[in-house]
Design a protein around this ligand. Structure first.
Ligand code: COA
Ligand code: AMP
Length: 630
């Protein structure tokens, strides 16, 4: 069946299409209902079905006789290690970690926060939670203590699993002081923490609260998979919204297992036994779906890479891993390739490696800018370069070139066509559908396919308000874009206050809250401006309080430090400019989109609702004087 037929069937007969996919995964009890609305009105898949996501990822392959196949390769240029774990080894280890969690009183439905670097224990911790029906919430290691504290307070974990440190290039980042601070700041206090002690920086443990990972595992009873309901949550993953408070995206067990299993062959063109590599971080949705769950559901060999695209040890790092482990399908953020391109513009370092195993190059996390697309195409002859677009909220692609169904022509700047199950539309402000090449809000008509989130943890009203209130019956993606005459989708960027910095999703509101805390700042706006390497970086525009008499350089340095300590270095907040006034509508809303377009040199329309049009020229002059606009 070709793409067009598969896509059409998924929309005309969603229940038939997805029940067929559901029949391909091992259920403990098959679903009684395929699609329904729950008491909140949210669409749910596979009601009444019982399964276990850890069983699907691990035990099923051992039972099927694939126990000796490598499940996970831990490749760590950061520590100089390459370690391989077979499906049998990973299953046994996970069963013991699950037993360790049980010893600490963790039961089905309890939350476990995982604040860990890219080490195999992290994947095992996630799978161990799934094994006993506990709900994991992984927090990206680059977040500072207050961000971790916010997530602890929202998820209210019984236990936190962490490690003594992470490694960034050659820098050791101690995690334990951040964890201790976060627990100090948080109102909710977890009963225990378990810490993987890494030799690069040993952590000090607090007696009776903190356990050392190996000692904790000593004598832990291997624990079997417990049946969970298809609708039971597998994990919560916090993501940035328009306000400072992150949203806890909930992923259920059933829809996730079915959609991700389908995606491995249909999108990524891989099967059991193939080597698949997503060079992301387990702290992001890409890491959840395509370092841990997806490839293991399918019986692939997955790579967990603790390194960078460059300087670990050089810009040939990706080619080395592909060649050494015979990667068939590789997935990474465009920003990582921009880093490679900067250091090795002619891709000389690729020549030393046999990467003939590479069949597909996937990218996502931000728009694949046409120059990077062309650079990749030129340097990977014969390998399709596939941009695909997705979000934490969906857990898998909304648009892709379905390599395993029918590989279509790729077009620069486009993630190709909607994936089966996604009824995508482009709407204007009034909800009217737009025609070819007309830019508007990208939305998806309900019901969304399996794996898409059914709620925001502990705040269903926010789910409805943020995603379904602007266009009732349609999921608001928050991205704007258009389709060409052939239906190819072009995702041009967020229409809200979310920004994408080096593949990391952040909220300008989150950074604004920190900047506004400075005693000299009366008001501020943070906008995401174009950056050649990182895609976007945040920049602050501040109004000072009357009488505040600070040197602009000192103020900027203090704000940069505040954002690093409160949000994290990943925010890449480095520029803050003092202005006399901020452009606002008469109702007081700051015109951030106008400011962003002004700085990025794009054309913009000043809305008629602006409070005082003269301010536009005033701001333009200030930003030119500061060298922000050239
Ligand atoms: N833990 C602690 N600190 C971290 C971190 C982590 N996990 N990740 C990043 N940081 C720190 C960095 O060390 C850096 O600190 P510094 O300002 O003191 O130097 C800062 O955050 C900014 O990091 P980043 O923007 O990532 O820049 P970089 O130069 O360190 O790395 C890339 C550049 C391209 C290698 C990196 O951004 C990257 O790999 N991005 C891809 C992200 C991704 O995979 N996203 C998922 C979507 S598919
Ligand atoms: P996250 O939830 O962290 O995966 O970030 C999702 C956001 O990243 C999307 O809403 C987009 O703004 C952006 N994004 C991800 N993939 C792409 C892509 N292929 N093209 C354009 N934008 C993308």
């Amino acid at each position: 069946m070709g793409y067009a037929e598969e896509f059409k069937r998924s929309l005309n007969d969603p229940e038939g299409f997805w029940s067929e996919q559901a029949s391909l995964i091992p259920w403990i009890e098959p679903p009684k209902r395929i699609l329904e609305q729950d008491d909140n009105g949210a669409w749910r898949w596979f009601g009444g079905g019982k399964l276990n996501s850890c069983f699907i990822a691990l035990d099923q392959h051992v039972e099927a006789g694939r126990g000796d196949q490598t499940a996970l390769i831990y490749d760590s240029p950061a520590t100089g290690q390459v370690t391989k774990f077979s499906y049998s080894e990973l299953t046994d280890w996970t069963a013991r970690v699950a037993g360790g969690l049980r010893k600490l009183g963790v039961e089905k439905g309890d939350r476990v926060v995982i604040y860990m670097p890219m080490i195999p224990e992290t994947a095992v911790a996630m799978l161990a939670c799934a094994r006993i029906g506990a709900v994991h919430s992984v927090v990206f290691g680059g977040f500072a203590a207050p961000e971790l504290a916010t997530r602890i307070d929202d998820a209210e974990p019984r236990v936190i699993l962490s490690a003594s440190c992470g490694i960034e290039f050659d820098r050791v980042i101690p995690y334990k002081p951040l964890l201790d601070d976060a627990i100090e700041i948080a109102t909710h206090k977890p009963a225990h923490t378990v810490i993987v002690q890494r030799p690069q920086a040993e952590a000090e443990l607090i007696a009776d609260r903190d356990f050392e990972w190996e000692a904790w595992l000593d004598g832990a009873e291997p624990t079997d998979c417990v049946p969970v309901d298809a609708h039971d949550p597998l994990y919560i993953l916090y993501t940035s919204g328009t306000t400072g408070k992150p949203k806890g995206v909930v992923r259920d067990n059933g829809g996730h297992a079915v959609a991700l299993t389908y995606s491995m062959q249909a999108i990524y063109g891989v099967d059991a036994g193939d080597v698949y590599w997503a060079a992301s971080d387990v702290g992001w949705v890409v890491g959840h779906s395509y370092i841990v769950y997806g490839p293991l559901f399918k019986g692939c060999t997955s790579i967990l890479y603790e390194g960078k695209p460059v300087r670990t040890p050089d810009a040939g790092a990706f080619w080395r891993v592909i060649a050494e482990h015979r990667v068939k399908s590789f997935f990474v953020a465009p920003t990582a390739f921009r880093a490679v391109k900067k250091e090795d513009p002619d891709c000389e370092l690729r020549k030393g490696y046999d990467i003939s195993c590479l069949k597909y190059q996937f990218v996502a996390g931000e728009r694949l800018d046409p120059p990077t697309y062309h650079w990749l195409k030129d340097n990977l002859p014969g390998v399709p370069v596939i941009d695909h677009w997705w979000q934490t909220e969906t857990g898998w692609s909304i648009c892709a070139n379905m390599a395993g169904v029918e590989l279509l022509e790729t077009r620069a700047g486009s993630p190709t066509l909607p994936v089966p199950g996604y009824d995508l539309r482009i709407l204007d402000e009034d909800g009217h559908e737009l025609g070819p090449n007309q830019e508007g809000a990208i939305v998806v008509k309900e019901p969304m396919p399996p794996s898409c989130f059914p709620t925001v943890w502990g705040d269903h009203d926010r789910f409805v308000e943020s995603y379904f209130s602007q266009y009732p019956g349609f999921y608001l993606t928050g991205d704007g874009g258009y389709r060409d005459e052939d239906g190819y989708v072009y995702v041009m960027g967020r229409t809200d206050d979310v920004i994408n910095v080096a593949g990391h999703r952040l909220s300008t509101g989150q950074i604004e809250e920190v900047v506004a805390e400075h005693p000299a700042v009366a008001e501020c706006a943070v906008i995401g401006i174009h950056d050649a390497d990182k895609g976007q970086v945040p920049m602050g525009l501040m109004l000072l309080k009357d009488g505040a008499n600070m040197d602009a350089g000192d103020l900027q340095a203090e704000l940069v430090q505040m954002v690093r300590s409160s949000v994290g270095a990943i925010a890449n907040f480095k520029r803050a400019v003092v202005v006399q006034r901020l452009p606002k509508t008469r109702s007081g809303k700051i015109l951030r989109q106008v400011l962003r377009k002004m700085v990025d040199g794009e054309s913009y329309v000043v809305p008629s609702t602006i409070d005082d049009p003269a301010i536009i020229d005033e701001i333009d002059a200030t930003l030119r004087a500061e060298g922000v606009i050239q």
